[in-house]
Ligand binder design. Sequence first.
Ligand code: FES
Length: 154
Amino acid sequence: MKHLIPEFERLKARLPPGHDATLLVPCLRRIQEDRGYIENSDIDGLVEYLGVPRIQIEEVLSFYGMLRRAPIGRWHLQVCRNVSCSMRGAERLLGQLTDKLGIGPGETTPDGRFTLSTVECLGSCGTAPVVMVNEAYHENLSVADIDALIERLD
Ligand code: FES
């Protein structure tokens, strides 16, 4: 993460003195954006750089599901299973993805292309069912739509 310090310094310059700890989540997000996940050495680096206790960083990492401690596939498929999506066919979509990719939730295909996850509400209940692929929402999906979507992802 050392190569990201100049970026972090620019963020720090916008804060009042003594508020470095508020950079924790932005720093973690930037590290993840850079490598794809957060390593123990990143935590060590942030303890030193921000002066935040290690336990606080571990708590943040365990609270936010979007922060990852391990590598994932090139395409991260997150299937919402909350009420609206479940009522509109999320289980069928999940079943189709499981069958098609040969993996279950929390797993990555052997070729490293796809990671499948289930999540609680993605905040788009009015367009259920919803699957998030990396940073993009795919809404009102049918089983045929999810098949076509997977075919488009290389
Ligand atoms: S229940 Fe799926 S987006 Fe809200």
